[in-house]
Design a protein around this ligand. Structure first.
Ligand code: NAD
Ligand code: IPM
Ligand code: MN
Length: 358
């Protein structure tokens, strides 16, 4: 049976990397005889919002709920639409309403890419950030009082629920248990954020009792960011609240050379709702329109999507093709963030050719 994939390219470089993501998917689908049924939607700031005054049509839920997955580029064009409007009207809405409570973000130093961290080789950086994706610091609970006066007060609450935290911790512990090192690191800040974070630590300790074979440690988020840079080899699976996970999942890939390669999977593990696959990066207005964005984050996200849909062999083949092209190191093919002078299209085409060749 065909897998139904909804494609939302979005804004800026989202529209440039998506065609390469789709080309790679099609190459893998052909090689592994996978039936993909794709449908494209123009839900973005440019120009859907500008035409309709909203990011999504009113029937977006019915429209998207029966897809097997959503393949997503990037949203955001702050010059025209304030970011909190566009992101809460699209990506963050999908994460919450489709209960994609796990945001799985691999950080891996790929062959052929030079890490900005001196002396680091592939193998030294190979971990996952598991980010809580539906609550925590990203809760729209709060408000403003005495607006416009010098007594103005702005409050935004962090909301953590036992259900919400335990389920993402379980996912992270299961992932750690499935990996050779079986190590889980928790991001905390229980010294300063004295209500939610000590409680987060207590949930981690409680869950750890069920995973005797998993080595568990924790760091406050400030020193954890330092350790990402100083000792990236310490990490295997890092579990974090929504905001801490957001920060760690840009820092981790930066340590692997460029955020342009970083993929992510916004997963509803129960399969009740479609999961969403997107690069970690945004719409990058500073380079949009130049055709030089790195498409690897999008292509690797497509590999994660195929794996999620039950085609691990196809996902692995995409990653192998990415690695082979990076190892070739042809500066005419690699995009500028990788030190080359290639284009999005050239790098994407080279990867798709490799996928097809096998
Ligand atoms: P960004 O990730 O778009 O860009 C940060 C920097 O990284 C820029 O210098 C950019 O040129 C570079 N970069 C990003 N992706 C790259 C790629 N594939 N190849 C080469 N270089 C790349 O982050 P930002 O500048 O903070 O945000 C820009 C817009 O994107 C904002 O509207 C923001 O809200 C939005 N955003 C959306 C998503 C998403 O849809 N998932 C994620 C992050 C940011
Ligand atoms: C990400 C992005 C989003 C987030 C923004 C665009 C709302 O930075 O996917 O990491 O903060 O989750
Ligand atoms: Mn982010």
């Amino acid at each position: 049976m065909a897998h139904r994939i909804a494609i939302i390219a979005g804004d800026g470089i989202g529209t440039e990397v998506m065609p390469e993501g789709v080309r790679a998917l099609e190459a893998a689908a052909k090689r592994f005889a996978i039936d993909l049924d794709t449908q494209t939607f123009d839900f973005a700031c440019c120009d859907y919002y500008l035409e309709h005054g909203k990011m999504l049509p009113d029937d977006w839920r019915e429209t998207l709920i029966d897809f097997d997955a959503i393949f997503y580029g990037a949203i955001g064009w702050p010059e025209k639409v304030p970011d909190h409007i566009s992101l809460w009207g699209s990506l963050l809405k999908f994460r919450r309403e489709f209960d994609q409570y796990v945001n799985l973000r691999p950080c891996r130093l790929l062959p052929g890419i030079k890490s900005p961290l001196a002396g680091r080789e592939p193998g030294d950086i190979d971990f996952y950030v598991v980010r809580e994706n539906t609550e925590g610091e990203y809760s729209s609970v709060g408000g403003t009082m005495f607006e416009g006066t010098d007594r103005e007060v702005v409050i935004q609450e962090t909301v953590m629920t036992r259900h919400g935290v335990d389920r993402v911790l379980k996912y992270a512990f299961d992932l750690a248990q499935s990996r050779p090192r079986k190590k889980l690191t928790s991001a905390t800040k229980s010294n300063g954020i004295a209500i939610t974070m000590p409680w987060w630590d207590s949930r981690v300790a409680e869950m750890a009792k069920q995973y005797g074979d998993v080595e568990v440690d924790k760091f406050h988020i400030d020193i954890l960011t330092a350790n990402f840079v100083m000792h990236p080899d310490w990490f295997d699976v890092v579990v974090a609240s929504n905001l801490f996970g957001d920060i760690l999942s840009d820092l981790g890939p930066a340590c692997t050379g460029t955020i342009g390669v970083a993929p992510s999977a916004n997963i509803n593990p129960e399969g009740t709702f479609p999961s969403l696959f997107e690069p970690v990066h945004g719409s990058a207005p500073d380079i949009a329109g130049k055709g030089i964005a790195n498409p690897i984050g999008q292509i690797w996200s497509g590999a994660m999507m195929l794996e999620h849909l039950g085609h691990k062999d196809a996902g692995d083949a995409i990653l192998a093709a990415i690695e082979a092209v990076l190892e070739d190191g042809d500066s005419e093919v690699l995009t500028p963030d990788l030190g080359g002078n290639g284009t999005t299209e050239r790098l994407g085409a080279a990867i798709s050719e490799r996928i097809a060749q096998g």
